[in-house]
Ligand binder design. Structure first.
Ligand code: IFM
Length: 477
């Protein structure tokens, strides 16, 4: 909608404005409070896995500074805050004993948020699997999904109705394919079969967790899962073979999750594309029914788009998919698909800036799943921020990125997409996985030497947006 007096885009009164973070990226205190090691501790401490050997040992010290961070959120005027629970902080081994001190940390954080008038949106799994579970096969082992269901049950008991939305998994695509196929993320394995097993066991884990949370909290509990869905376009729209390359990426990247979660089945073409790797016999009777639990909202993370073509089998295959160059592809079953470099502008991640892709994605979801409300659970950008002589970060590129993407969400809403909220990634600069601290996504800058928090212009701009639910001009900072 448009404000008649200012001609600016407006969002409904109930639209949730938030920001997002994840445990390993911000908490630090890796060996404090009874926390056990996760696969990201192991991975980041393995030489050569992260830029500069960076780890999340200290991160932005949110474990000790959470009160200050909640105060920042309150100043920003946020309606909601999306954070994740470190499984190994609350249950160090992933099975067995729970850790009261770890649970207490999240319980206090949730109380602090509620007291500040901020709705807690929790993610139960943002990639930091307890290391003991990886030693038993990690996500290739069905028992990991069972353990996740029990961990979710306990969190529902402990945090109960204080949580506004329960998100089971964040971006299972990354956990499965970056963790087990290309190996650029923890646990760093490069086994296509393992990646497909992980896909299924993550889907199963979602279903078991959703069921357990509903058993504890009843139908009132709002359940969600967050997917990073890929908007991929054919290099030559007139080429049937390039269009088929898009279909393959859609199958392995998107419908491997959307299918079982929302339609109760794996896509037939995915099974065909991956037939040389597996017959999917790890999908057991009853699994699909378990996975397809009713969802109250689907979380959508969006950053950029991709362009593909069929590789003709000669020469090197381009793989500019923006997901790290380990030599191994995350695109299991799509070995003859090439990802081509995208035209700019690009963010510091090398990702192209394409807000129209977000509108396209949301409208596609509206068409395929008209009954499921959507929430943008992550969107944002890393840029080479500098602190200017006036002591401020004038991050005009980030303001412009956010403006154009939020406008793209508005366009989708105008066209009938049921989008209920938007969470900027990220509240704070933080540990950007394999890139370590070299990439800054925060609207609030963190000085990693002093842990001082500094509002960037984008934070001021976002504060203005949240206050009135009206999209400010990029110059209004
Ligand atoms: O930092 C990550 C986040 O953990 C998951 N989604 C993408 C972000 C930017 O890479």
């Amino acid at each position: 909608m448009t404000d008649a007096t200012t001609d600016q885009r407006t969002f409904g009164e109930d639209f949730l404005w938030g920001s997002a973070t994840a445990a390993y990226q911000i908490e630090g205190a890796a060996a404090e409070g009874g926390r056990g090691p996760s696969i990201w501790d192991t991975f980041s401490h393995t030489p050569g896995r992260t830029s500069n050997g960076d780890t999340g040992d200290v991160a932005v010290d949110h474990y000790h500074r959470w009160r200050e961070d909640v105060a920042l959120m309150k100043d920003l005027g946020l309606d909601a805050y999306r954070f994740s629970i470190s499984w190994s902080r609350v249950q160090p081994g992933g099975t067995g004993e729970f850790n009261a001190e770890g649970i207490g940390f999240y319980s206090d954080l949730v109380d602090g948020l509620v007291a500040a008038g901020i709705k807690p949106v929790v993610t139960l799994y943002h990639w930091d699997l307890p290391a003991e579970l990886e030693a038993r096969g990690g996500w290739t082992n069905r028992e990991t999904a069972v353990a996740f269901g029990e961990y979710a049950r306990r969190m529902a008991v402990e945090l109960g109705d204080r949580i506004t939305v329960w998100t089971t998994l964040n971006e299972p695509w990354c956990s499965a394919y970056l963790g087990y196929a290309s190996g650029v993320h923890a646990p760093g394995r490069t086994e296509p079969l393992a990646a497909l097993q992980a896909v299924h066991h993550l889907n199963l884990a979602h279903g078991l967790a959703a069921r357990a949370i509903r058993e504890v909290l009843g139908d009132e509990a709002q359940l969600s899962v967050t997917l990073n869905l890929h908007v991929t376009r054919p290099d030559d729209p007139d080429s049937e073979s390039d269009r088929d390359a898009v279909r393959q990426i859609d199958a392995v990247g998107n419908r491997a999750f959307l299918g079982p979660l929302l339609e109760g089945a794996y896509p037939v073409d995915l099974l065909q594309d991956t037939a040389a790797i597996t017959d999917w016999s790890f999908v057991e009777d009853g699994d699909l029914e378990t996975i397809a639990q009713r969802l109250d909202v689907l979380g959508v993370n969006y950053y950029s788009t991709g362009r593909v073509r069929r590789h003709d089998g000669t020469g090197e295959r381009a793989q500019a998919d923006g997901h790290g160059d380990s030599g191994a592809t995350p695109w299991v079953g799509a070995d003859d698909v090439e990802f081509l470099p995208q035209p700019g502008p690009h963010t510091a991640m090398g990702w192209n800036i394409d807000p129209a892709g977000l509108t396209e994605l949301l409208l596609g979801l509206r068409d395929s799943y008209p009954d499921i409300p959507l929430m943008i659970t992550e969107n944002g950008a890393a840029f080479e921020d500098v602190v200017d002589a006036d002591g401020r970060v004038h991050d005009a590129e980030r303001v412009s990125y956010l403006h154009d993407h939020i406008d793209a969400v508005g366009q989708a809403i105008d066209a009938g997409a049921d989008v209920r909220g938007y969470f900027v990634w990220s509240l704070l600069d933080n540990f950007e996985w394999a890139h370590g601290y070299e990439r800054r996504f925060g609207i609030i800058r963190v000085d990693y030497g002093t842990q001082e928090r500094l509002w960037k212009d984008s934070a001021r701009w976002y504060q203005r947006l949240v206050a009135a639910s009206v999209l400010p001009e990029v110059t209004q900072v």
